[in-house]
Design a protein around this ligand. Structure first.
Ligand code: ADP
Ligand code: MG
Length: 329
């Protein structure tokens, strides 16, 4: 499949800080690609490198097969939805959306028609005359989206666009963004520190840590078969068993991940553990278990008997539930 954005050993250093550290990436045309990682892991810098607001210290970036070297931001066919929306407060919604078209020299009537069309696309028809200050947070988000989509970029970069919204609205926007991406067929590169958001929205996810990409894969691959302890831990709070313990259990000395939902609890299971914490969350109760030298987390579905804190329980798992990993970087 055609590459939309290709990173070849791209680095961006700020003094001693390796904000982006020898990253290789291949974002395919038309995919919904998520960059997932904790704060400071290099996600925003990666987006800024694609947009052309930053230049690599080393390595090469290609956009649709062409080197981005020397290509200024406005000629990259890439637009950004910024984290803080960055709307112009003194301009109407219509003029905000039409801004890029005005800069490109399009006449007033035509650009206003385009703006209205794009406002319909983001479900804000008829909002053109309003000031940004007269909109809710969710509506401002849509205006920022419309502004970035109006000149039909080939790649849309979204930097934590839903971070400021409350949970209900965020979930609604997640679905809308996903269906918008599918209907437009534009490549979306979506930055988030929320693993649930990345897993539910993206076709593929790149997991960032300290400027490096630790794994790229489908949500299922990332979740079921993490490459490193960091990925296992960051994507869905898996249990990470240290190599020494895995060697005692299986004979193979490698760290392994074990999903909380893969742990069975009840008579007849192979191992002894002690329940040292319980937290009820509705659909499941989370158990903290002391198992040999480590702490494990396990889940008990609603309606199943929950053991008491301080008691000893038998636990077990399928052999295949233990996923062996490399040590990571
Ligand atoms: P993220 O978006 O994943 O939170 P960033 O890409 O913003 O991470 O930052 C990665 C690292 O680079 C951080 O340590 C950050 O402090 C540093 N950094 C980012 N931009 C600059 C800059 N302009 N000057 C110095 N350091 C920067
Ligand atoms: Mg950021």
């Amino acid at each position: 499949m055609q590459s939309a954005v290709l990173f070849k050993a791209v680095s961006r250093l700020y003094g001693d800080v390796r904000a982006v550290d020898a990253v290789d990436l291949d974002v395919r045309a038309g995919e919904f690609f998520a960059m997932l990682g904790p704060s400071g892991s290099g996600k925003t810098t990666s987006l800024r490198l694609i947009a052309g607001f930053e230049l690599p210290t080393a390595g090469e970036i290609e956009i649709f097969g062409e080197s981005a070297k020397g290509v200024p931001p406005y000629r990259r066919n890439v637009n950004t939805v910024f984290q803080d929306y960055a709307l112009f407060p003194h301009m109407s919604v219509r003029d905000n959306v039409a801004y890029g078209l005005m800069i490109a020299g399009m006449g007033k009537k035509q650009r206003h028609a385009k703006a209205e069309e794009t406002l319909e696309l983001v479900r804000l028809p008829g909002y053109g005359d309003r000031a940004p200050s007269a909109l809710s947070g969710g509506q401002r988000q849509r205006v920022a989206l419309a502004r970035a989509l109006v000149n039909q970029p080939k790649v849309l970069l979204l930097d934590e666009p839903l971070g400021a919204l409350d949970l209900k609205l965020r979930e609604q926007m997640q679905e809308e963004l996903k269906s918008l991406q599918q209907s437009l067929g534009i490549t979306f590169i979506f930055v988030t520190h929320d693993q649930g958001e990345a897993l539910s929205m993206a076709d593929r996810v790149a997991v960032f840590n300290q400027g490096q990409v630790q794994q790229v894969g489908t949500p299922e691959e990332i979740y079921q078969r993490p490459d490193t302890p960091f990925v296992a831990d960051f994507v869905g709070s898996s249990n990470v068993l240290p190599a020494e313990l895995v060697r005692e259990l299986t004979g193979v000395a490698a760290p392994a991940s074990l999903r909380p939902e893969a742990i069975r609890i009840g008579q007849g299971e192979a191992h002894a553990a002690t329940v040292n914490s319980l937290s009820y969350t509705g659909a499941v109760t989370k158990l903290g278990l002391q198992f040999r030298q480590i702490q494990l987390s396990a889940l008990v579905p609603a309606g199943m008997p929950v053991p008491e804190r301080g008691t000893s329980v038998a636990i077990g798992w399928d052999r295949t539930a233990l996923h062996m990993m490399g040590q990571g970087k």
